[in-house]
Design a protein around this ligand. Structure first.
Ligand SMILES: Cc1cc2nc3c(=O)[nH]c(=O)nc-3n(C[C@H](O)[C@H](O)[C@H](O)COP(=O)(O)OP(=O)(O)OC[C@H]3O[C@@H](n4cnc5c(N)ncnc54)[C@H](O)[C@@H]3O)c2cc1C
Ligand code: FES
Length: 256
């Protein structure tokens, strides 16, 4: 069930100048709706000149504390405002939006969750849900540099973490698509990150017949299927990423 609600920032974790993690609770004390890993929110940035809400993945959910977490990278005016907020500030949020990742995987499957940059955000809650279901998720997290690798302790509390950086400052040197964690049998890949990275991962998955889901970050305005600005051409025709995605099995995408 979708909700529009004011949320209060109960914890603000500022990782560096570019990234913050916001922990938020409904300001009126109401209970969070059921949230699937891979779903996202539309946040009102509340700043002059930013009229549209901004789509942000749900990074984590804590039903005991009744909180959600958002991991935000400064990109433009809206996200610059969001990363600079402080505890006690309020944000108006529409949630939960879109469809999540598939969780129905056979027991004993090797599951690799591949994230690039701030695309790691939805993989934390996904990994948590997979672990709760009895699986052993492995994370392969890539970034330009060590300072762009976030929440490593949180990921490590859930499963094995493999890391690569383009400048070699942490983990294996190079792109995630060259990481040794991709060797050996893999049953399912879940992926979120920049489009070229996801396309390269999809191509590896297709070549090796690995089941693969990717979370697209097309530009969005309404987040509700009304404005059509997020359309992706798929084997089923043009579909709105905000309502039919953002998670798609690669077999549905016209990516070659
Ligand atoms: C489903 C979804 C989930 C997302 N999850 C996260 C997340 O967890 N954390 C996070 O930091 N960001 C996430 N993004 C990207 C985030 O929405 C954009 O960075 C944000 O909308 C930019 O707004 P702005 O006002 O800061 O920048 P603007 O001034 O609007 O734009 C600044 C730059 O960001 C680019 N941009 C604008 N909108 C998007 C977009 N939708 N996707 C990618 N680039 C965009 C523009 O092309 C421009 O180069 C997600 C996007 C989608 C669609
Ligand atoms: S963002 Fe408006 S239709 Fe998807």
């Amino acid at each position: 069930m979708k909700q529009v609600n004011d949320f209060i920032i109960t914890r603000m974790t500022r990782y560096n100048d570019m990234y913050s993690r916001l922990t938020l609770a409904p300001a009126d004390g109401s209970m969070l709706p059921a949230i699937l890993p891979g779903q996202f929110v539309q946040v009102a940035a509340n700043t002059p000149g930013v009229f549209l809400r901004r789509p942000i993945s749900i990074n984590d959910v804590n039903y005991d504390q009744n909180t959600i977490d958002l991991l935000i990278r400064k990109a433009g005016k809206g996200t610059s405002t969001l990363v600079a907020l402080k505890e006690g500030d309020k944000l108006n949020i529409l949630l939960p939006l879109g469809n999540g990742f598939s969780l129905d995987v056979a027991s004993g499957s090797r599951l690799l969750l591949i994230g690039g940059g701030v695309g790691v955000a939805p993989l934390l809650y996904l990994g948590r849900k997979l672990k709760e279901a009895g699986h052993k998720p492995e994370f392969l997290l890539g970034a330009r540099s060590a300072t762009d690798l976030l929440e490593l302790d949180d990921f490590a509390a859930i499963g094995t973490v493999h890391v690569s950086t383009e400048d070699g400052s942490m983990g294996e040197h190079g792109l995630v698509t060259r990481h040794s964690a991709l060797e050996g049998n893999i049953d399912t890949i879940y992926c979120c990150g920049p489009a070229p990275m996801m396309k390269a991962v999809a191509s590896i998955a297709r070549e090796r017949a690995i089941n693969c889901e990717v979370s697209l970050e097309n530009m969005m305005a309404c987040g509700l299927g009304a404005c059509l600005c997020c359309v992706e051409n798929t084997v089923k025709g043009n579909v709105c990423v905000c309502t039919e995605g953002p998670v798609f099995n690669i077999n549905l995408l016209n990516w070659q």
